[in-house]
Design a protein around this ligand. Sequence first.
Ligand code: 21W
Length: 246
Amino acid sequence: MKINILTIFPEMFSAFRSVSIIGRAVQSGLLEIACTDIRAFSASKHKNTDDYPFGGGAGMVMMAQPIMDAMASVSAGLPGARRIYLGPRGKKLTTALARELSREAELILLCGHYEGVDQRALDACTDEEISIGDYILTGGELAAMVLVDCVSRFIPGVLGSTESPEEESFSDDLLEYPQYTRPRVIREMAVPDVLLSGNHAAIREWRRAESLRATARFRPDLLDQARLTERDRDILKELKACSSES
Ligand code: 21W
C-alpha cells in the first residue's frame, strides 16, 4: 500500500515510519509512507500556510491554496487514491473501517493543524473525514499515525505469520487475557501454574476464562455484542456468583 501524508510537520513521521513493525513493513516494501510538506506549496512570500478566520474568532485557519496545490501534486501521482482528511468531525475509526481501508492500494491523508482547514480545500480535495475518537487533539498528525498503524496490521505480511490480526476468531470480541514471560517468579510474584503445565487445552480454557473475566470487569458493554458459547456463558455466571460473594 502506498500512503502519502500531507502535513506542515513531516518530521513528526520520521521515527514512526522507521521503527518497529511499521519500519519493517516499509523496509520490506509492503508499505510505502511518503510525506508531503504543505508549506513547500505555499505561494506566499513568507511561505505562510495559515491565516485569520473570516468572521473573526480565536486561532488560525489553514489556507486553501497550499493544501489544494499540494493535493493536486500528490494526486497526479496517485490518481485512484482515497483522499482522507483527519478531522474531529469525521466518522470514527473502527476495526471495521481500518480493515476496509487496508484493501486500498493508495491513500492520501491530509493533516490539519491550528483550528482547522478552510472548508473549500476540504470540499474540493478530500473524499471523506475520519476522526480517531471523541477528544480534541492539536492537529491531525497523531491521528494519521494511529490510522496508518491500525490499517497496516491488516495488510497481509505486515504482522509475522504467528501474529495474525484476528484469526477471525471469537477472541477479538473480548479483552485480552494476561500474559507472562520469564522469569517464573519475580518479587515473589509467580506465573500462574497452568501456563507452565504444558497442557494446551487447559491453557486455552484458562485464557478464555481470563478474557471473559477482564471483559466482565472492565468493559461489560462488550459482552452484549460478543460471540459467546454456552461454556462462555457458564463461566460468566460463575464469575458473577464469585464477585457477588463476600
Ligand atoms: C481540533 C481541529 C479542534 C479543529 C469552530 C470551528 C484530527 C482530531 C483531529 C482540531 C478543531 C481527530 C472550531 C479526534 C481530533 C484534529 C485538531 C475545531 C475549533 N470552532 N480525531 N472550529 N480528535 N484535531 N476548531 O482532534 O486535527 S483526527
